[in-house]
Each structure stands twice: as structure tokens, then as C-alpha cells.
Design a binder for this molecule. Sequence first.
Ligand code: KG4
Ligand code: ZN
Length: 358
Amino acid sequence: MKILGIETSCDETAASVVTDDARGEARILSNVVLSQLDEHRPYGGVVPEIAARSHLDHIDRIVEEAMSEANVDFSELDAVAATGGPGLIGGVIVGVMTAKAIALTHNLPFVAVNHLEGHALTVRLNEQVDFPYLLLLVSGGHCQLLAVEGIGKYKRLGTTIDDALGEAFDKSAKLLGLGYPGGPHVEKAALKATNPDRFKLPSPMKGKPGCDFSFSGLKTAVRQAAEALPPGPFKEEDLNDLCAAFQTAAADSLVNRCKNAIKMFKQDYPGGNTLVVAGGVAANQAIRSRLTELCNKEKMQMVAPPLKLCTDNGAMIAWAGLEAFKAGQRDDLSFAPRPRWPLDPDAPKAAYAGGKKA
Ligand code: KG4
Ligand code: ZN
């Protein structure tokens, strides 16, 4: 089976062709990602209007590149998949309209993929990871713990009551004068810290029951610690130590929340023994190794996608599209792009949630 996947929900214009063989083993034939970072950098974050226009300018060329790199003709595809949400709606519309046009022109089935499901299933592209598994989804817009029961079947165990962790990385980096996106900059600075224990920052939600998250307080604590430093430009060693403190506090919080989630997961799914970590923040090595440590203690295995498949890309959408297509999903060309699209629509709102997160 060969599927073209298109991703345009945030600031990457991406397309990829993924194939699987008779044994279900996947291969990425192409994975073209055009980052809009340079266009958004001056604003310190993604500007939705700029993102939508840029997707529109580049999507045709990116799809062409993905097809020619894969050496595949449209007539050889089994289906075309695109992120149908959640995300910045202007961008999602561009990707969905492009996929629908290709589907209509080449008489192919169309599959609308939930972007979060793309992150959730990516590990299965490279490794055999059976359902059910526990998923920690940590990205720029989302921070959730879910039980993944199967394709399209999710039970949310916990979510953030305010900011997503990626957002906290980005906002903390911004107030420290580091570049966008903040995650990789903070990670790099933290690695150079000479006194990583110098700043003590609070580890949000640590010790509280359940497995919800909160990261806005940690971002405020970074700001207060930065304001307490001598006036003038930050010294590099202060910056490095502060980034290390932020990363440690964030990782402590994740480990504590995941520990509770593992207990809840094992009660509901006695055979389940895998924690999958996905989304942009899963690219962070310090966080990966802290979670591996936790899993070793809890007799779980920790699995995360290869680094370049953690952040947004087309292969994750092609793969999730392929899995959904094989499970029988077909979407009508009247499918309406969805700015919000929770993986578990029945989950209750998190306590104090402002309602802006899916
Ligand atoms: O999954 P993603 O590419 O987009 C969303 O769906 O949100 O995630 C982007 C987020 C950004 O907030 C970025 O700062 C964060 O992932 N990120 C990282 C790292 N690489 C990307 N956070 C921490 N450490 C990293 N190495
Ligand atoms: Zn994403």
C-alpha cells in the first residue's frame, strides 16, 4: 500500500509517501518538510495568517517533491491523507483542500487524519508496538496522557490545566532572549550548565493525585528568577543554569505525572507494558532519559519515535492515514477541517481548564 500524507496544521508545510509491505512493515519513500521558522522568528511565535499564506505558496511544490523523491506516480497511490485538524485552521484548510483536489483528480480515496493521532501512531512506523499502550503526547499545543486502545480509540487519563509543555519551553526561551522554537535552544543551553542545581524552580503538580499537568507557574518562576539576576544582558552561565533548572523541573513533573498514569494504565490494561512518548518535546534527550529511567523502575518499556519524526512532518500523517485506511476509514470530500478535534471526545474537561485546548 502507498499513501501520500500532507501536514499543514502549524508552521511546517510537509508531504510524504509511506508504503508498507505484506507483513505490514513500513518504509518512508520520501519525507519533505519545509519549515516556516524564518517567517515567524521575528514575532517569537507562529502567526496564523502568515502560516496559512505560506502553506498556500508552497504546498504544490512540496507535494511534487515528495512524489518525485518517492518515484511514485499519483496513479500508483492507494489513498491520499491530510491533517484534518486540530490546528491553525487556515493551514489545515490548505492541506485538506490540496488532498481533496488530488483525490478527486486521480480518483483516490481521501483520509482525514487527526494530527494528534499522527503523533500517537508514529512509533508503529519503525517498531512493533502493540495496542494498548500508554501515550505521553507532549508538543507545542498539547500535553496529554492517553491510553491508546487502537486506531481511533483513545481514553484520556490526564491533560494540562493551562499551558502545554512545548509552549512553556517556547515562552521561557522567549523571555530569556533565546530563539524560536524554544525547546531545542533550552536543551542546548542546559547541556552547557556549569551549576545546574543553582536555581530551584517548582515542579508543577508533583505529588498531586491523578496525572493532569500545569506549566504556566513554571514559566512564571523562570521569569521571576531571571528578574532577580543583576540588571543588563544575561550572562551565558546564568542562562545555562536557568535553562537546566527549567528542564529539570519540567522533567520531574513529567516523571511524577507519568508514574501516576502508569499505575492507572496498568489497572485498566493489565497486559499493557509500554509508554510511548511523542510530539515535539519528545525530541528532548534529557526528558527521554528521565522517562526511560522511570520505565525501567516500573517494568515498562519506553518507546519514542526517531528524533526527526518527533516534530511535525508528513510521514506521521501518511502512516496514520495508512493505518486508518487499512482499518476501513474513508472520508467524504465534504469533510470540514476541524480547528479542535480531541482524541477522546468523551473525556471530561480538566479542572480549571480554560477551554482553549482540545
Ligand atoms: O509536535 P510539534 O512539532 O508541533 C505541535 O504539534 O505542537 O512540537 C513543537 C514543540 C515546540 O514547542 C518546540 O519548542 C518543542 O516541540 N520542541 C522541543 C524540542 N524540540 C522541539 N522541546 C524540548 N526539547 C526539544 N529538543
Ligand atoms: Zn504536532
